[in-house]
Design a protein around this ligand. Structure first.
Ligand SMILES: *Cc1c(COP(=O)(O)O)cnc(C)c1O
Length: 401
């Protein structure tokens, strides 16, 4: 157990815990008492490893980006989660959680989704396992992300549009928790990021930890040492970041840099920059940094990137940032769009807009020529082409076509 791991009571420093309605208490306790044992069993490890290899397509490449390296004066390696089945890191987690659900004898799967990426990753593994799948999604997002809704339906999932609040991700989470309260014994809730009540943040971090497990041996193979000088990832709820840093959290040789979504600017009303703007509060079962007003009303998050559009951030990351272990930059919409074009034109890789936030962090750092930088490309940009085109004026240099 490292110093940034979850403690026995489900906390990371002052963050975390399990703030849940009475009716879910035994369900969550049951998960808590079983998850580590199942995850560490030989049978689970074998099934999980086989699926990651043959179904997801792991290991994902660690690619030396030479033109970007020259541009930023460092040695930049991209961890290519965009090449996974369904196009992002989210499938690492859903594959693991569905195996866990099966071993716990659950019959019915529920999930929340914002942009639809986690909904698609969940519907995918439910189809794979022949399990019933219900996805909660804000009605605004159902309209904005119609292709993903159609994908989920084609995969056999039922999509429930949620019409409360702002009708976005935060409301979808609340709706999923309400559904769970009605079916606590037969239903497994596949949470999509390092959030929710303990043990979910730890469970999801473990499922994504394969990312840094691979980075270790891939770096050893490529440069003869198993750690970088910098790790960079974008952060919404915190799952791709957690996976990227998992095996390096206690290694002080490695600097950790995270990119959150600034929207129009962290000091404006149109932002999702939770680290910059949030205060301690409780959201969706966990104590974390939350964007809220003085009365504790949750403020709507805004960013061009649907996958980062959440007014909170997972408890593990809240604690690490508070302890000074991570440096967090707020990246605005225009900077992310620019960085997305830059990676596309320099390396022929169109990143998800979420991942483009991580790319934009490169320009905020000054490197030594010998520095080894590993940046996680959390997803591919196919879903974002229209957004890139609609905003190409933000990347004039690259957008003239
Ligand atoms: C969902 C998503 C994110 C944000 O979620 P995290 O849990 O913070 O990783 C980032 N990138 C992509 C491509 C996503 O789909």
């Amino acid at each position: 157990m490292g110093k940034f791991s979850v403690d026995r009571n489900g906390f990371y420093g002052e963050f975390g815990g399990a703030y849940i309605p009475e009716i879910l208490y035994s369900t969550v306790k049951n998960l808590e008492s079983q998850y580590v044992g199942i995850l560490e069993s030989e049978e689970f490890k074998r099934e999980y490893r086989d699926l990651l290899k043959d179904y997801v397509g792991r290991p994902s490449p660690l690619y030396y980006a030479s033109r970007m390296s020259r541009k930023y004066g460092c040695n930049l390696y991209l961890k290519r989660e965009d090449l996974n089945h369904t196009g992002a890191h989210k499938i690492n987690n859903t594959v693991g959680q569905i195996l866990l659900a099966k071993k716990m004898g659950k019959k019915r799967i529920i999930a929340e989704t914002g942009a639809g990426q986690h909904g698609v990753a969940t519907a995918t593994v439910c189809a794979l396992m022949g399990m019933e799948c219900e996805v909660f999604m804000g009605a605004t997002d159902v309209e904005r992300q119609h292709t993903n809704v159609e994908r989920m339906r084609m995969l056999g999932a039922t999509v429930h549009p949620v019409r409360t609040g702002n009708m976005t991700l935060s409301d979808a989470c609340s709706a999923a928790i309400r559904d769970w309260c009605c079916h606590p014994s037969d239903t497994f809730y596949i949470v999509g990021s390092t959030m929710g009540p303990h043990p979910y943040p730890d469970l999801v971090a473990r499922m994504q930890s394969v990312i840094s497990e691979e980075i270790k041996w891939q770096l050893q193979e490529k440069i003869g040492r198993d750690y970088p000088d910098y790790l960079i990832a974008c952060i919404g709820g915190g799952s791709n970041a957690a996976g990227t840093i998992y095996h390096y959290m206690d290694d002080e040789r490695v600097k950790i840099v995270l990119a959150e979504a600034g929207g129009s600017g962290w000091d404006t009303d149109h932002t999702a920059a939770t680290f910059h703007r949030g205060t301690v509060g409780i959201l969706h079962g966990s104590k974390m940094l939350v964007m809220q007003d003085d009365d504790g009303q949750i403020q709507e998050a805004y960013t061009i990137s649907a996958g980062l559009d959440y007014p909170g951030v997972g408890p593990m990351h809240c604690n690490m940032q508070r302890q000074g272990r991570t440096q967090v930059f707020s990246i605005n919409d225009d900077e992310a769009i620019y960085a997305g074009y830059e990676l596309t034109r320099c390396e022929g890789i169109i990143p998800a807009i979420e991942s483009a936030h991580a790319v934009a962090a490169l320009s905020k750092l000054s490197f030594k020529p010998s520095d080894v930088v590993v940046l996680t490309v959390s997803g591919r940009g196919d879903k974002d082409i229209q957004t890139y085109l609609d905003n190409k004026k933000m990347a004039k240099e690259y957008g003239e076509f």
